[in-house]
Design a protein around this ligand. Structure first.
Ligand SMILES: CC(C)(COP(=O)(O)OP(=O)(O)OC[C@H]1O[C@@H](n2cnc3c(N)ncnc32)[C@H](O)[C@@H]1O)[C@@H](O)C(=O)NCCC(=O)NCCS
Ligand SMILES: Nc1ncnc2c1ncn2[C@@H]1O[C@H](COP(=O)(O)OP(=O)(O)OP(=O)(O)O)[C@@H](O)[C@H]1O
Length: 206
């Protein structure tokens, strides 16, 4: 098992949109495990007045901002998931900033192991920061239903996002561990509790 230098054991948690990454992370956090979340960091780097947000407004025009100068995320979502060139432009701007903050957070984590949750762990170099890949999986119909209800966006938008993510079978092939999230949240919690014991055993001195 590979543990990057100066880092605790990092478990990379990934899955498609709406698969249950945040729900699974919340279960790990409730067990006292530090969670580093790429989606949270991705929001921090585009806070009002940040250099990244200024670049985004220059590139896409001032309409990409709300009147209070915050990012109009729904507008940007419609643009980038319909246009691969614009998606690549946005990622080239944001991913280095996101990765720099993620490294800092992973390095300063102090729990026995860390859960690093990211939707793009397997699609980007972020998996290089991890020692083990944990995939949360559920049928695509459940992903679409859950994400549509949570975000109040049309299923077509969710399918457009899914089409830009690694497909389900490829993702599962790359998994060391799998959380099967087709049941209820209690069933997910039970699977997390089992894995927690396994991960603690991996960090115990031999
Ligand atoms: C386009 C944005 C503004 C839309 O924001 P919105 O609030 O509507 O959605 P949110 O950020 O919650 O993303 C919802 C889900 O979409 C998926 N997703 C987000 N970004 C990407 C991406 N670049 N590629 C594929 N899927 C993505 C993830 O499953 C994510 O959890 C936002 O997704 C964004 O800034 N994306 C680019 C940054 C990025 O690559 N983030 C991924 C984490 S590193
Ligand atoms: N087993 C489950 N039963 C019922 N609802 C669930 C279950 N797992 C997750 N959900 C709900 O489905 C929605 C999507 O889950 P969650 O936000 O954890 O997905 P995610 O993988 O983090 O999505 P994203 O990639 O968009 O960030 C949430 O509203 C969550 O509460």
């Amino acid at each position: 098992m590979f543990t990057p230098p100066n880092m605790p054991l990092v478990i990379g948690l990934t899955g498609g949109i709406g698969s249950g990454k945040s729900a699974a992370s919340a279960c790990f956090a409730a067990l006292g495990v530090t969670v580093v979340d790429a989606d949270i960091v991705a929001r921090e780097v585009v806070e009002p007045n940040s250099s990244a947000l200024i670049s985004i407004a220059e590139h896409f025009g001032p309409d990409i901002l709300h009147p209070d100068s915050s990012l109009d995320r729904a507008r940007l979502r419609h643009i980038i998931f319909a246009n691969p060139t614009e998606k690549a432009w946005l990622e080239a701007l944001l991913h280095p900033l996101i990765n720099q903050r993620l490294r800092q957070q992973l390095n300063s984590a102090r729990s026995a192991y860390v859960i690093f949750v990211s939707p793009l762990l397997l699609e980007t170099s972020q998996h290089e920061l991890t020692s083990r890949i944990l995939v949360v999986d559920c049928p695509p119909e459940a992903q679409i239903n859950r994400a549509a209800i949570r975000d109040k966006i049309e299923p077509g938008q969710i399918e457009a996002i899914m089409a830009t993510q690694i497909n389900r079978s490829e993702r599962l092939k790359l998994a060391d561990d799998i959380l099967h999230n087709h049941g209820n949240l209690q069933e997910l919690e039970l699977q997390v509790a089992k894995l927690h014991q396994q991960y603690l055993a991996l960090t115990a001195p031999q």
